[in-house]
Design a protein around this ligand. Structure first.
Ligand SMILES: Cc1ncc(COP(=O)(O)O)c(C=O)c1O
Length: 440
């Protein structure tokens, strides 16, 4: 698949240098991949090298790159109507998609949709709605959580200090609490017998000492932490959080921006715990790569008045049509495929863990899979440099992966992945791990 002895090839080198002079250096590029085109689970770079894409443009191209049905829909809709602003007018694509979203999101209660262009904007909308509806000022979010980079959602985020450094003061009123990261429990407890101490801590300590619960508008939670390190809480954790929220009439906001749209083998990850959030925020995989986000709220919560919140591009008709086709594909087979191929990858990774001491922990649901690397299993010392080397080696060998947290890599391929392509990717990954373990 790789033409050049080592990518980047000459064309990529030239584009990277042009990028450096005109593109904001705030972006973090993991390696010099300059993309020319994508098809299914494959990406081709500007030098003709082909890679297996286990990033999906950060969990976004859920149906694979340029799925023919999505492309066809984009073309036909573009010929009819590209923009008319749902803020001021009505059009059918937006209404059809909202009707679909209120049925596929958890809970049978009446719901309404506010459309956005990104994940961060969905969370901004949720923050505003939560304050507006409850008339309460405070929020709870999580250490390791990532909700976006505009000022409101950045204030909720706490996954990397570089996201926040230099940008204070933040939106006031956010308390960050430890997440159920059982591999590295913040309280030094064991998941088997802690009785969800991290949830109880919020009530028994935070509410008792610092945060009056009747002033908390919402708890913002990722059902599985994404950027924070693909951290999977134990079964029942989200349910406990829901119970806590209900006890104090606090809204539960599930950020399903990375976990949603079939990635985990269910349409939404909070389905695993049977949780019905008051608000669900969505983006990434909803429209196969077209910019679209949504905030879906119970109608009883969406009490704001005309003019209180809006935008120009949200619910763009081309993006909405792409989303409708995406959802159809997900429902027809791709969610099921994510569950089946994801389980296959997980079992292969468990075998791999027996052969490679650098693999500390493996966790996953569907095609959302994290591998945490350690220098020593006993101490769990993070293998930060080793993780970077493994990612770089995979790139050279034709597999695109990304990191998350401090020493974890995440596998988030398109949901069309076959077991054959999964096996090919795992072979490259093991080769890369082997190389790094042997210090090549
Ligand atoms: C869980 C979660 N929430 C919010 C966001 C922000 O989304 P966006 O980058 O589209 O603003 C992300 C992006 O990675 C995310 O993973």
């Amino acid at each position: 698949m790789i033409n050049n002895s080592y990518p980047p090839g000459p064309n990529a080198v030239e584009w990277v240098s042009r990028d450096k002079s005109v593109i904001s250096q705030s972006y973090t590029r993991a390696y010099p991949l300059v993309v020319e085109k994508g098809e299914g689970v494959y990406i081709e770079d500007v030098d003709g090298n082909r890679y297996l894409d286990f990033t999906s443009g950060i969990a976004t191209t859920s149906t694979g790159h340029c799925h023919p049905a999505v492309v066809e829909k984009i073309i036909s809709q573009s010929k009819k109507l590209i923009h008319m602003s749902g803020t001021d007018f009505y059009y059918t694509s937006e209404i059809k998609l909202a009707e679909k979203l209120v049925t596929i999101t958890p809970g049978k209660q009446p719901k309404k949709v506010f459309f956005t262009n990104s994940g961060t904007e969905s969370n901004e909308a949720a923050m505003k709605l939560a304050r507006y509806h409850t008339k309460r000022p405070l929020f709870i979010s999580f250490i390791g959580g990532f909700y976006g980079r505009t000022m409101g959602s950045l204030s909720l985020s706490a996954s990397k200090e570089v996201h926040r450094r230099g940008f204070a003061p933040f939106v006031p009123g956010v308390s960050h609490v430890p997440y159920a990261y059982c591999y590295r429990c913040a309280y030094g407890l064991k998941a088997d017998d802690c009785d969800f101490y991290c949830v109880r801590w919020i009530k028994e300590e935070l509410f008792r000492t610092k945060v009056p619960p009747e002033e908390v508008a919402a708890i913002f939670i990722e059902p599985i932490q994404g950027e924070g390190g693909y951290v999977f809480p134990p079964d029942g954790y989200l349910k406990k959080m829901e119970e806590l929220a209900r006890e104090f009439n606090i809204l539960l906001v599930a950020d399903e921006i990375q976990t949603g749209m079939g990635r985990t083998g269910r349409m939404f990850a909070c389905e695993y715990d049977g949780v019905i959030p008051d608000i669900i925020t969505i983006a990434k995989g909803i429209a196969s790569g077209l910019p679209l986000g949504a905030m879906v709220a119970s109608s009883s919560v969406m009490t704001w008045v005309p003019g209180s919140h809006a935008n120009t591009f949200g619910g763009n008709p081309v993006a909405c049509e792409a989303a409708l086709t995406t959802i159809e594909l997900l429902e027809n087979s791709l969610i099921e495929n994510a569950a089946i191929v994801g389980a296959h990858i997980l079992s292969k990774l468990k075998d791999m863990q027996n052969r490679h001491p650098v693999i500390g922990d493996i966790r996953g649901k569907g095609l959302m899979i994290g591998i945490e690397f350690v220098r020593e299993r006993e101490t769990k010392e993070r293998a930060v440099k080793e993780r970077e080397k493994i990612i770089a080696a995979c790139f050279r060998k034709g597999l695109l992966i990304l990191g998350c947290g401090q020493s974890t890599i995440r596998l988030m391929p398109p949901l069309i992945l076959t077991t054959e392509d999964a096996n090919a990717a795992l072979a490259i990954l093991e080769d890369a791990i082997d190389e790094v373990e042997r210090g090549i």
